[in-house]
Design a protein around this ligand. Structure first.
Ligand SMILES: [Zn+2]
Length: 364
């Protein structure tokens, strides 16, 4: 969902205490300097007006919009012409977002946007996080009923929840044209479409005099732009950067036109190159993009020492290379193109492996 302001939801079954938590959280966020707005989904027949009030009588007389304004606040009542579920993006659009830093949302749990789940085992309902990839943390007063790597926050520690929200906001407040946003998006796609598992692979993007790289142990499902590590083009990469950061650095040093490097573990790409021989696609598209994909064999225990130089060497004359038994490295001018090479190779490898199973093609 595209909104002009960071939007963070609180999802839970009724009776879990969403409003109570929000009432505790809002003053803590305000104390941290944030201007907070709230959008709350309500029952269909809710009404803030009551019979006898002037605003109620004017609306009942047939006014389709009533704006009541004083020197302190204004309230707009808008009568919808057709009954329909409100969309969150529309609701946020009614706010004066220039005067806010963050919008907290209660309800709208079926819409796709970042949410914190409130889970109380005593309510007796199943958790939402196993089925909602938008959930970024769980606030609970018990053990998680389904194992998860999501951050777990104590429902009785609203200050810890406020700190988490602040950290999330810093990560999401990255500018729209910041390359970190794109890097996180592509790294997630590699995971979502099966080129990596939750924590495998890594990725980087050039930015001015250095590059951003995923952190060591990054989880593609929960990574945010604020987690990325900045590395220089020359010299040591900082602690916390991917163990492959020196490899990415060497690729950029040897290819001044390189703008992105993606490392993934596409299972077909790895499987068809296990024989250690360079791979030549048998399908037209693969042949069009790649004449030959070099396959590099590096002993497991010499990986960190040998991989940077050997992969970077292969990527000076090839846009993509495979390390035997491990994975794929693609370099390109930008993330989109590196992603395309990664996807194309996996597709060619998949076609080839199906053709081999059908005995329709000779071994390459
Ligand atoms: Zn790997």
């Amino acid at each position: 969902m595209l909104t002009p302001i960071p939007v963070l939801g609180f999802a839970a079954y009724s009776g879990t205490g969403k409003t109570t938590l929000l009432k505790q959280l809002i003053p803590l966020l305000a104390a941290r300097g944030l201007r907070v707005g709230v959008v709350k989904h309500a029952h269909h027949d809710f009404d803030m007006d009551t019979p006898g009030k002037d605003s109620y009588e004017l609306r009942e007389a047939g006014a389709s919009q009533v704006l009541v304004a004083s020197h302190k606040r204004w309230v707009l009542t808008y009568e919808k012409r057709r009954s329909a579920e409100p969309a969150l993006a529309d609701a946020v659009g009614h706010l004066c977002v220039d005067e806010l830093d963050l919008v907290l949302v209660e309800g709208f749990k079926h819409e796709s946007f970042a949410k914190i789940e409130l889970h109380r085992p005593s309510v007796g309902k199943p958790p939402l996080y196993p089925g909602d990839p938008n959930i970024i943390a769980v606030v609970t007063d018990g053990a998680p009923p389904v194992a998860t790597e999501l951050p777990l926050l104590d429902i009785n520690r609203p200050d810890a929840v406020a700190d988490f929200v602040l950290g999330w906001l810093r990560g999401s407040a990255v500018r729209g044209d910041d390359p970190r946003r794109d890097l996180v998006r592509y790294y997630r796609w590699l995971r979502q479409y099966g080129y990596n598992d939750s924590h495998s692979g890594n990725a980087s993007v050039r930015d001015e005099d250095g590059f951003w790289v995923t952190p060591t142990g990054a989880c593609a499902d929960t990574l945010s732009a604020a987690d990325l590590v900045r590395c220089p083009l020359h010299g040591a990469c900082p602690d916390g950067a991917s163990l492959d950061a020196p490899l990415h650095q060497m690729v950029y040093q040897r290819n001044t036109g390189a703008g992105a490097v993606l490392h993934s573990h596409g299972p077909h790409s790895v499987a068809v190159t296990l024989n250690g021989r360079d791979f030549s696609p048998v399908d037209f598209e693969g042949q069009y993009y790649f004449d030959r994909i070099p396959v590099i064999s590096i002993p497991y225990d010499r990986y960190l020492e040998q991989a940077p130089d050997r992969v970077a060497s292969a990527l000076t004359s090839h846009k993509i290379a495979v390390v035997r038994g491990h994975g794929v490295y693609a370099r390109a001018e930008n993330l989109n193109l590196a992603y395309k090479w990664t996807c194309s190779l996996e597709s060619s490898a998949k076609t080839y492996s199906i053709a081999r199973q059908l005995r329709n093609v000779a071994e390459v």
